[in-house]
Write a protein that binds this ligand. Structure first.
Ligand code: T4K
Length: 372
């Protein structure tokens, strides 16, 4: 270890020459954005990668969520059932569409929505369920699907953490009416900034395409109150390059995951996230839960000890959404006790493809010695 900080993640990048080759044609075409050739090619490559008929590219994962909700045209005052153990984006996407989030608690193993608790929250205003595949753990897609069918609800998955994952040999992006992915710099797969919606209904796609370009249909016709959420050519080119290396990227993360598990599995009070049956994981994050009673010190104390030794961990996801300043007057974290419990104890350790065995062992050693 040298004195450099080890951050919670580090963007994967192709070789610089590879990227330059990919963007070189733009110096001839001068075509930089607005659904150019790279956009088209990246979209086609993703359809093939996901095994999906329909993929719409957007500027980021947040706009994928926000525009999917807008495109579904829910009546004002509608409610969407979601969970509060997530990044700000999920709930903000609902609220920024003028709709009401209804918070369901999470499962204590997968950290995803507890599907058994969804039905009790359905009212005559419920229009959709927006579950999150937290850390790339997969929600109970069968149960959610059957509830959605029974009550005629849409299912919009926040699949921001799932790139490259399969569940029962199907790309995770194919579940629900729509799945929204993030290609942010911090993700397993990045296009610098970027996002996509994988969807089933062709009309949803037409609206998304329109909405991301100000609602413009043609030169003389604007049919919708859209915004600007188009992926530019430089981002699409980065996506094309990174897609060539995604298999190797996930394999390296797998090695990191295995090394952490080997080092941490026997430390009392440190609970590791386990890969679910039937899931081909992308090893997106490495969360641990600190049970202070058994471990001897709190999550926050461990966070600080690691920080003093230049290891920057993050509390994804703390505080709980319902405790955010902008929401705490409207919701209570007491209504989702499991989510609150997890949020108060979780720490995500550094995780990226090139994290060395030496550094992983150093981190494990600190964690092993910090407890009682
Ligand atoms: N839904 C869920 C469940 C999500 O987790 C997210 C995003 C979204 C929706 C929305 O998707 P996007 O609209 O973002 O596509 C980060 C990311 O910005 C965010 O994408 C991600 N979730 C969230 C969990 O983490 P911060 O504020 O923690 O990022 P930041 O800037 O502190 O970066 C973390 C570490 O990553 C840095 O310490 C170093 C490394 N890094 C960061 C950047 C920006 C790099 O290596 N390269 C970089 O360019 O939110």
């Amino acid at each position: 270890m040298n004195g450099d900080k080890i951050l919670v993640t580090r963007s994967s990048m192709p070789g610089i020459e590879e990227y330059i080759e990919e963007i070189r044609p733009m110096w001839d075409s001068h075509w930089l954005t607005n659904m150019g050739q790279k956009h088209q090619l990246f979209q086609e490559q993703l359809m093939s990668y996901f095994g999906a008929d329909n993929v719409e590219l957007l500027t980021n994962g947040h706009m994928a969520l926000e525009m999917t909700i807008q495109a579904l045209d829910f009546p004002a005052g509608s409610e969407i059932i979601t969970s509060p153990f997530t990044f700000a984006s999920t709930t903000h996407a609902i609220v920024r569409n003028g709709l009401t989030p209804v918070f369901c608690d999470i499962d204590d193993k997968s950290y995803c929505i507890d599907a058994e608790k969804i039905e009790a929250l359905i009212t005559d205003k419920t229009v959709a369920i927006m579950p999150i595949h937290v850390y790339g753990n997969i929600c109970d897609v069968d149960k959610i699907d059957s509830i959605a069918k029974k009550y005629d609800l849409k299912v919009i998955y926040d699949a921001a953490h799932t790139f490259g994952e399969k569940y029962r040999d199907i790309s995770v992006a194919n579940y629900g009416d729509a799945s929204c992915l993030s290609f942010h710099a911090t993700k397993v797969f990045n296009s610098i900034e970027g996002g996509a919606v994988v969807y089933k209904n062709i009309n949803l796609g037409k609206r998304l395409y329109n909405l991301k370009n100000f609602g413009i249909l043609d030169e003389n016709t604007v049919v919708d109150v859209g915004a600007n959420a188009k992926m530019n050519e430089f981002c699409a080119a980065m996506g094309i390059c990174n897609l060539r290396h995604i298999g190797e990227e996930i394999e390296k993360r797998h090695t990191v995951y295995d090394r952490y598990i080997a080092g941490l599995k026997d430390i009392a009070g440190v609970l590791c996230n386990r890969i679910q049956d039937g899931v081909q994981s992308n090893y997106a994050y490495f969360p641990i839960i600190i049970d202070e009673a058994e471990y001897g010190i709190s999550r926050d104390t461990l966070h600080n000890i690691l920080k003093e030794k230049n290891i920057v961990t993050r509390k994804y996801f703390y505080p709980l959404i319902t405790d955010f300043e902008c929401y705490r007057d409207q919701f209570s974290s007491a209504d989702t006790p499991v989510a609150k419990w997890v949020s108060d104890r979780v720490l995500t350790l550094p995780m990226y493809a090139d994290l060395s065995i030496e550094v992983i062992d150093y981190i494990v050693d600190i964690i092993a010695k910090a407890g009682k």
